[in-house]
Structure formats: C-alpha cells, structure tokens
Design a protein. Structure first.
Length: 340
C-alpha cells in the first residue's frame, strides 16, 4: 500500500533580521528568503528596481505586488543578487512566479533525494522540469542552488525560446540545461524522456484552471485582493478599487487545460507508468487539496511503491508536493549509490 502520510520539513529557529526586513518563518530552512527582502542589496544589484520601491504602511521598504512591472523587476533583482543569474526577463503576458516559493519546491525535492541526510549536488543528478514556462525558474534555480543538470520542456515554443535566451546570457547555466519543445500536447513525458535515459526527479507546476475564463477570474481575484489589502492598510477601508492589470500573467499552457488540474494530474500519473524504471521520483505541485485523494487512488491502481505528500507553507499560502516512485526502497538506495 502506498505511504500516504503527509511529510513536512522542520524549520530552523528564526534569526534576528536586519532593520526594516520582516522575517518569514514558514519557508524551507535553506531558503535564502527566510528573512524577507533586503531592498538596499537588491537595488544595488539591479538599480532599475529603485523606481518601484516605496515604504509600506509599516514603514518598511516594499513594492506594489499588484503591479506587473514591479513584480517582474523584483524577480530579476532576486535572481541576479542571490543566484547570480543575469538578464532574466519574460515576454509580456507570461507567468511571473514568486521566487521564494519556487526555490522552496527545489529545497524539499533536494531533501527527497538525500542519501543518509546528505543532499546530492553536481551534474550526476538529472532533473526534469515539465512545463518550464517562459520564466524557466525551476531549472535556473536548481542549477544554481545544487549544480544539477536540468531538462526543461514546454509545449509553447516562445517559452523555450525565452529560456534559451536567458541561458545564453549565463554560459555556466547553459552547459547544464537542455531545452525540449514538446510538440504533442497529449503527452507529458513521451517525447521528452529518451530511451534508456535516467531521471532522478521530475518537477511540475500544473495548470490548475479548466478554461481561460476560469483563469481570468482567478487572476483578477488575486490582483483585487492584493490591491484591496494595500488600500486598506493605507486608508483603513476600500472604496472603488479597480485593478487595471494582471500582475502574474500566464498563457494558456501555464494557467489552464481541459479538465483543469485534476485531469492534468491523472494524465501525468497514468503516463508515468511507462517510465517507472527510468525515473527515481516523480513529483508535482498540487494546488487543490481535494485533488489528492483521487491521485492516491490512481497511484495505488498503478502500483506505485511509495507515495508521499510534502506540505509547504509560504506565508498565508499552503501548497503541497505530491511525490511517487515505482521503485522499491532497496532499488532507490542502489540508484543513490550511482551518484557517488
């Protein structure tokens, strides 16, 4: 029977933070952003950020998180300052992910791969990022944090082109990154994982809306909440606040698919069986907790040997990583020895 007990990482005690920086206690212990953002350092790395930074109602420096350009510029500054990634940018309208949350996923996955408590680093680890998007942050961050090799796939050719452009400005990244344009939207792993290829871990942030209209409602609600919260803090109430833009963006493949998140997860699990001997761990984010139960049932039907849920808490947001493997524990141990 699959193991279904949720797994949550332990958190280190909070350290005293520099003046003006609010500590974040819920991120992974190795996350560089546990102490919040040091905007002075970020502006030094990317001076353009200064035009978006203002004191918030508490007197601390911050940005307007409902502004698309502000969020994108903050991301570029974080990637340059903390991860030495130059020239990060995305075309207008593409998904702009929060860096602390994305790197958290990688840290928990690194713990999953750990052998006797030692997290593997270097190019002997090969990870596959399914649906990398135009931002490519999982691959870029995974390479910089752990030195792993990454395969990044996407069905959108513009996304692949943009990640390739970012990689071209970072030669050390480019040497560890393989980009694959998935030309068949009906498949997830087929056409990406090659015969006899071994993958240590797959990552994915599935599209979770069922339609464009559903995605638009979700994005508008997110921006409205951000803007309303900002105005409420400034004035004590909210009146006639109408957000004019969607700061997180997102194209069809990034935000929605037929059947929504649960159908995508079912497709991924079903197809993963074909590669059960080539992949050590399959993983994916699951945004809706009610989608876990049907996934567990399907994984049991597919004879997965181990199934886990890793819970992540990022501020007020809770999400989870669904993890499964078709390899028995002794076989996983032998796999880990090959990295030595």
């Amino acid at each position: 029977m699959p193991e279904k007990k949720p797994v949550q990482g332990k958190l280190r005690p909070a350290k005293k933070s520099p003046a003006g920086i609010k500590p974040t206690k819920s991120l992974h212990p190795r996350n560089k952003h546990n102490q919040g953002y040091d905007f002075a350092v970020l502006i030094k790395a990317l001076p353009k950020l200064s035009q978006f930074v203002r004191p918030n109602p508490y007197g601390n420096l911050s940005i307007d998180f409902s502004c698309a350009d502000a969020v994108k510029t903050l991301n570029a500054a974080l990637l340059k300052s903390d991860y030495q990634i130059d020239g990060w940018d995305i075309p207008k309208g593409f998904l702009c992910p929060p860096i602390p949350g994305r790197v958290d996923y990688l840290h928990y996955i690194a713990d999953l791969l750990a052998d006797k408590g030692k997290v593997p680093t270097g190019q002997k680890v090969c990870a596959l990022d399914i649906g990398t998007g135009a931002n490519g942050v999982y691959s870029l961050l995974g390479i910089q944090c752990y030195g792993w090799r990454f395969i990044a796939s996407d069905i959108d050719s513009l996304s692949i082109e943009n990640v390739n452009k970012i990689a071209s400005e970072n030669p050390k990244l480019a040497s560890k990154l393989e980009l694959i344009h998935q030309t068949d939207a009906k498949h997830i792993f087929t056409g990406v994982i090659q015969p006899n290829q071994r993958i240590d871990v797959t990552l994915c942030n599935p599209p979770f809306h069922e339609s464009l209209a559903d995605a638009m409602k979700g994005s508008q609600r997110k921006v409205a909440n951000l803007a309303a919260n900002r105005v409420k803090k400034q004035h004590g109430n909210v009146q006639n606040n109408k957000p004019s833009e969607l700061n997180f963006g997102g194209q069809k493949a990034e935000l929605w698919c037929e059947g929504g998140e649960i159908q995508f997860l079912r497709n991924m699990i079903t197809e993963s069986v074909q590669f059960k001997h080539q992949v050590l761990w399959f993983t994916t984010l699951v945004s809706k907790s009610e989608n876990l139960k049907p996934c567990y049932a399907l994984l049991e039907k597919c004879a997965a040997k181990t199934v886990k849920t890793i819970e992540m808490h990022q501020g007020n947001k809770q999400t989870r990583i669904l993890v499964w493997s078709f390899l028995a524990q002794d076989m996983r141990a032998q796999w880990a020895k090959l990295r030595i």
